[in-house]
Design a protein around this ligand. Structure first.
Ligand code: ADP
Length: 393
């Protein structure tokens, strides 16, 4: 007879063969029926129970009959279902095997000498065999459940990426449309109004110029991310003082911070020479400090540089809106914008992905700490020039 429940049928066939059954006593047969029933139930147990729980259940239930005879029943290898008897005079021990090999023993102990019979041994072997098969099934089903979970996780990730891409397309369209509408509006007004005083024309052209700059930044970010993905982003590495680049960015962005009434300061604790492409590293700090200003309405943005453990560290701290803890792991993902979940500010979700890509290229790292409503700290770590390359793998 072939059990429909398992792929592991040989052992069951062995047990159910007529010859074998005939050799078993009534007591053994009774237990065998119980075990067999449990073994089938094992498929149900498999769904929700851990390996050792199935094993314990099987052994516990099927040893009820044995218990009546034996003093103690123990499954070794951690799955104890009873206590060891102190200095037993009778011991009956049977290995539990799965396809993986030996996984434990069912051992019966009794204080009385010569207590266990040949029938007991057959019976306990039947239990051990069934336990082995059920455990094997459990292992396989656990593997399938794990595979299934992995597929579900993958599927959820793919859905999330699809959603992020679609959010990205609408963000980028919006980001491009706003300055374009402004450029078009001001240009049309200048063309239509022949009497416009020259100072107003100059003011409008200034606005058109600023809005075009915004377009250039977005388009450059898009091109950079696309180049980074295809491994074609160019880097010109040479040893340079890091503080010079950071200071330049701070000076450039100070006007932007002051326009929002925010303080922006740079504290250089240590000087640091780093092998870098200054244009790219400048892009890193423009993004981080730009974000700090963008997401802060009150207080200040502080940039601090120091050296420790063969690395230069630059922390950009703000007193802004902060980031929810559960969203923190995603902020460096391409296209990811917390705004899509929480708030609404301009942006494409490409800045931090670029930051991470550039910093990685420089053999460094970037991490973030944040508290919602209190502010965020983004810290960039870069190896000092001449420091050995980290071992790969
Ligand atoms: P974006 O173009 O949207 O600013 P980024 O990749 O630069 O894209 O940032 C991803 C997201 O991380 C932002 O949309 C924002 O929600 C969040 N974020 C980044 N920096 C800060 C910060 N200093 N404070 C609060 N949130 C931030």
């Amino acid at each position: 007879m072939r059990s429909p429940h398992t792929g592991v049928t040989d052992e069951v066939d062995l047990l159910t063969s007529q010859k074998h059954i005939e050799q078993l006593s009534e007591e053994v047969l009774d237990l065998y029926r119980q075990v067999n029933l449990l073994y089938r139930l094992g498929d149900v147990f498999n769904a929700g129970l851990e390996r050792h729980q199935i094993c314990q259940l099987l052994i516990k239930e099927s040893c009820k009959v044995l218990r009546a005879r034996a003093g103690r029943v123990v499954l070794d290898d951690g799955f104890a279902v009873g206590r060891r008897v102190e200095s037993p005079d009778s011991v009956l021990s049977v290995a539990v095997e799965t396809l993986q090999g030996h996984i434990g023993e069912i051992t019966l102990y009794d204080k009385r000498r010569g207590f266990f019979t040949a029938a007991d041994e057959k019976l306990i072997r039947a239990v051990a065999r069934q336990a082995g098969v059920a455990l094997e099934n459990s292992r396989r089903i656990a593997g399938l459940i794990e595979q299934n979970r992995a597929l579900e996780r993958l599927n959820a990730e793919l859905n999330q990426i699809a959603q992020m891409k679609s959010d990205f397309v609408s963000n980028v369209s919006h980001e491009l449309r706003t300055p374009l509408a402004s450029i078009k509006g001001f240009a049309a007004t200048i063309i239509d109004d022949h009497q416009m005083p020259p100072e107003v024309v100059r003011e409008f052209v200034g606005i058109i110029n600023d809005e075009s700059d915004k377009l250039v930044v977005i388009i450059n970010d898009l091109l950079d991310v696309s180049k980074m993905l295809s491994g074609h982003l160019n880097y010109q590495l040479a040893p340079r003082p890091l503080e010079r680049v950071v200071e330049e960015v701070v000076t450039l962005l100070r006007i932007q911070a002051e326009a929002k009434g925010l303080g922006l300061s740079f504290e250089r604790v240590d000087r640091a020479v780093v092998d870098m492409d200054p244009t790219r590293i400048s892009q890193v700090f423009t993004n981080l400090i730009g974000n700090a200003i963008k997401f802060t309405d009150e207080g200040r943005v502080t940039v601090r540089q120091w050296v420790a453990g063969g690395e230069a560290h630059v922390a950009v701290s703000d007193t802004g809106i902060g980031i929810r803890t559960d969203l923190l792991p995603h902020v460096f993902d391409r296209f990811y914008r917390v705004e899509n979940v929480v708030h609404t500010k301009e942006g494409t979700g490409l800045g931090l992905a670029l930051v991470r890509g550039i910093v990685d290229y420089h053999r460094g790292g970037v991490d973030v700490e944040s508290e919602e409503g209190r502010g965020s700290v983004f810290t960039v770590h870069l190896p000092l020039a001449g420091s050995p390359a980290p071992e790969v793998g």
